[in-house]
Design a protein around this ligand. Structure first.
Ligand code: HEC
Length: 122
């Protein structure tokens, strides 16, 4: 994984390294999968999705009422401090404190589309 090549194309904090993000995402896999719901809702298709809107997933009222639309900025805030961002969320996870790790994680999540990758390891 040539780190120099990937940072050259990212241009700072707005973009991360999706490959590193995938490693960080393994922490989320305790509760989340990309293509199907587990303890937490599926993560594919997160970008542009309204919080609490995966059909059939049993969200907390707090998440459904949050009015959040997931994008790089809202994800960054939520992943940094889930309970502080959406008080009452049932996502029992302390968050990812490191900003670079969050940026990489978000780069990975941005690519996680529901219509691809079912068998490709993503
Ligand atoms: C201990 C289990 C657990 C872990 C670990 C966890 N989550 Fe969650 N996550 C949940 C649950 C449960 C919900 C639903 C929360 C609610 O309804 O309030 C959720 C909801 C979410 C949502 C909102 C999705 C939507 O459809 O609105 C995002 C985004 C999210 N999690 C991201 C992450 C990320 C990124 C990680 C890893 C850094 C992570 N979660 C780790 C359990 C977890």
């Amino acid at each position: 994984m040539p780190a120099a090549a990937s940072t050259a194309t990212t241009g700072g904090a707005a973009h991360g390294d999706a490959a590193r993000g995938e490693q960080i995402w393994s922490r989320c896999q305790a509760c989340h999968a990309l293509q199907y719901d587990r303890t937490g809702p599926r993560h594919c298709g997160l970008f542009g999705r309204k919080a609490g809107s995966v059909p059939g997933f049993d969200y907390s009222p707090a998440m459904k009422r949050s009015g959040i639309v997931w994008n790089a900025a809202t994800l960054d805030r939520f992943i940094a401090d889930p309970l502080g961002t959406v008080p009452g969320t049932t996502m029992g996870y302390a968050g990812v404190a490191d900003p670079q790790e969050r940026t990489d994680l978000i780069a990975f999540l941005r690519e996680a589309k529901c219509d691809k990758g079912a068998g490709s390891g993503r």
